[in-house]
Design a protein around this ligand. Structure first.
Ligand SMILES: O=C(O)c1cc(=O)[nH]c(=O)n1[C@@H]1O[C@H](COP(=O)(O)O)[C@@H](O)[C@H]1O
Length: 261
């Protein structure tokens, strides 16, 4: 039974076997699938976030496996492709075609670095192709970030929120069913931002990685109980350890972690 209405549990799919060869990778992906096939019905929320990089590492064979994975779960689950894509609009269209056309996934993570026009394109394409399951998460304040010259990027998190809100107004005004489509990535270790008045007022959806292997505090989940925004917490290594532990151990991790939700 789900404890918090506004909070979703998401399984991160980051197969990363110690032995770096395709056979080990395939076996790690199938181990993830085995867990989903055995225990998926017991999950409170059906959200998966495969990370493209691990599949891309094995070239066409890896991409084939990603296609197989998404094809197997995209009916029952919401699938977020994490690749932190973006480029000029003409090129971005090809990335969007990969996510929504070729893979038939529902959501993605995207960099705001190329500006509003590209975000607008991604939001519109997502609304057209993915409907209510659609989410576009714009990088805002990531779990790992700069402490040097580049820290200006996420020190400006308020402006990222504002840009997303303005675009929502512009594209989806009065379309309540698409209210949750636009989201931001805010690390679970970034409590000052997660609980800021600006984020709460924004009504943007939130993807908040960092629980488990990255050490964010599990209490963040219950602290978000009355948060007005939809918040999705992905956990990957905390459950699967990249595929390097036994099925039994993965199942125990999953059961233990689900209790927080
Ligand atoms: O966009 C993401 O999913 C993401 C954003 C972020 O700020 N931090 C972050 O760790 N991630 C992704 O979350 C996954 C790591 O999850 P854990 O194994 O649970 O720490 C990786 O695929 C990261 O790319």
């Amino acid at each position: 039974m789900k404890t918090y209405k506004n909070i979703n549990f998401c399984l991160g799919i980051d197969p990363n076997p110690t032995q770096q060869n395709f056979e080990s990778f395939r076996s790690a992906v199938y181990t993830h699938m085995e867990i989903l096939d055995f225990y998926g019905n017991k999950l409170n929320d059906k959200v998966l976030k495969p990370q493209l990089a691990y599949f891309l590492a094995y070239g066409s064979k890896g991409i084939s496996l990603l296609e197989e994975f998404v094809n197997r779960y995209n009916d029952k689950y919401t699938i977020i492709i994490d690749a932190k894509f973006n480029d000029i609009s003409t090129t971005l269209k090809a990335y969007l075609h990969f996510v929504f056309g070729t893979l038939q996934a529902h959501a993605l993570t995207i960099s705001p670095f190329l500006g509003e026009q590209t975000l607008e394109l991604a939001f519109e394409e997502c609304a057209k192709k993915a409907d209510r399951k659609g989410r576009v998460y714009v990088l805002c304040a990531t779990s790992e970030s700069s402490t040097g010259e580049l820290s200006f990027i996420d020190e400006n998190w308020r402006r990222t929120l504002l840009a997303c809100q303005q675009l929502r107004e512009k594209i989806f005004a009065n379309q309540e069913d698409l209210n949750k489509l636009i989201g931001v990535v805010i690390g679970a270790n970034r409590e000052n931002i997660l609980f800021s008045d600006e984020l709460k007022a924004s009504e943007l959806s939130v993807l908040s990685p960092g629980l488990g292997a990255q050490g964010a505090d599990w209490k963040i989940i219950s602290k978000c109980a009355n948060h007005p925004n939809e918040i999705t917490f992905p956990v990957s290594r905390g459950v699967f350890a990249g595929g390097n532990i036994s099925l039994e151990q993965m199942k125990d991790n999953l059961v233990a972690i689900q209790r927080y939700f």
